[in-house]
Write a protein that binds this ligand. Structure first.
Ligand code: PLP
Length: 405
């Protein structure tokens, strides 16, 4: 952590960032660690990283080198992956409701695997990619997930037989079944239910004459409960598919979230006066990034943001201490806590990043605040509302081989 902070300080000090833009630090070492965690806990289950979560080309490149597949939902996401030289066979077009032009594009570039969950989609696929390798997306839902997807996608089990029959009539090729329990899932039972339902859909497909061979357990995996979910999911697969089955997944958040730290600058400040001060309303900080930028997850996923002041001490640390001088001169000093609410730069009062936080030091205009775990659904959901930029610099470090400044 200190190494990353020193690196942030290095970037700030070298003025490599425009004063009014937030920037990301991406720790490539963390991608390797997450990949290792994946292979240890989900052995044999190939991840198709969900590009929608974070489409930073450098990040995608590292994953490509690690051998993952990619879940793309649009033409631009397919382009982003193909531009890295990735074989189209490693891409799954995992969007069950696609525009005809997108299906035609996928065919043109050789991305043949895609999902469906309704009759009209089968007609679109027949017309624009008749040789598609199809996965039937079935309904699944973890009601405790940050964002449930079941309301929008997934065929209910009482419709799957009809859908599969229609695919058979059209001469299409169904190669498997997929589901997604929702992003930010916490309940392993929802995966178990999805796997059980997938088994039923497999049987229906087999009875019609298809030879399905792929089970796709979607995304939804989270850092906090990953290790505890792994064995439960593996056991569910073993019990529903005792003869074995090729299993893939579409993790996004799990790979991207912890790789990125976002650093924002305080651009304005309102110290409370009058009755607000007397009644203890926290002072207000306005920073150069907010809900309409990289913090959409505050409203979409009810994520609680934890800001850290990029400490002057660490920044001073760049002026290397003279020999014999301690770097930790302030440790014994008791500092009062300073309470703030933190707001984004737009004119909208929804644009509140942190309702209240107590920090050890006073924060002034020009100071920098750091937010960890900002890699998932942040840069990909940023808008240009109010004329603020939606492009941000990213600086890459490898925590395993950081230079000693
Ligand atoms: N696959 C599909 C079809 C999705 O819709 C999503 C997220 O919405 C993902 C994968 C990635 O999910 P997560 O980031 O929760 O792993």
């Amino acid at each position: 952590d200190l190494a990353i902070e020193s690196h942030i300080a290095h970037i700030i000090k070298r003025s490599r960032v425009g004063g009014d833009e937030s920037f990301f630090i991406a720790d490539l070492g963390q991608i390797f660690r997450q990949h290792r965690r994946w292979t240890q806990n989900m052995p044999g289950i190939r991840p198709y990283y969900a590009v929608k979560c974070n489409c930073d080309p450098t990040f995608l490149k590292v994953l490509a080198e690690l051998g993952t597949g990619f879940d793309c939902a649009s033409i631009e996401e397919m382009r982003a992956v193909l531009n890295l030289g990735v074989d189209p066979a490693r891409i799954l077009f995992a969007n069950p409701c696609k525009a005809p032009a997108a299906v035609a594009f996928a065919r043109e570039v050789g991305v043949l695997r895609t999902t469906f969950d309704n009759i009209d989609e089968l007609d679109t696929i027949k017309a624009h990619m008749p040789e598609a390798q199809l996965l039937l997306r079935i309904y699944a839902n973890d009601e405790d997930a940050f964002i449930c997807l079941g309301e929008k996608f997934g065929a209910q089990l009482d419709t799957t037989e009809e859908l599969l029959s229609r695919a058979w009539e059209l001469g299409l090729n169904v190669i498997g079944v997929s589901f997604h329990v929702g992003t930010g899932a916490t309940n392993p039972a929802s995966f178990c239910k999805g796997i059980k339902d997938a088994r039923l859909a497999f049987s229906q497909a087999e009875r019609l004459g298809f030879h399905p061979k792929i089970l796709d357990i979607g995304g939804g995996f989270q850092d906090d409960c990953f290790e505890s979910m792994g064995p439960i999911i593996r056991e569910a697969i073993r019990s529903e598919f005792p003869a074995g089955i090729t299993t893939i997944a579409e993790p996004g958040r799990f790979f991207a979230r912890s790789v990125y730290t976002l650093v924002c600058r305080v651009i304005s400040r309102r110290r409370q006066l009058g009755s607000a001060a007397l009644s203890g309303v926290p002072d207000m900080l306005y920073q150069n990034d907010g809900i309409y930028g990289n913090f959409m997850n505050v409203i979409m996923e009810k994520e609680i943001m934890v800001p850290y002041l990029v400490s002057k001490k660490t920044r001073g640390f760049l002026n290397k201490p003279k020999s014999g001088e301690s770097e930790k001169t302030n440790d014994a000093v008791q500092v009062p806590s300073h309470r703030y609410s933190i707001w984004g730069p737009t004119c909208d009062s929804t644009d509140c990043v942190v309702r209240e936080v107590a920090l050890d030091s006073e924060v002034k205009i020009g100071d920098w605040l750091k937010y960890k775990n900002m890699g998932a659904y942040t840069s990909t959901t940023a808008t240009q509302f109010n004329g603020f930029s939606s492009t941000y610099d990213t600086f890459y470090v490898n925590s395993e081989t950081l230079p000693d400044y």
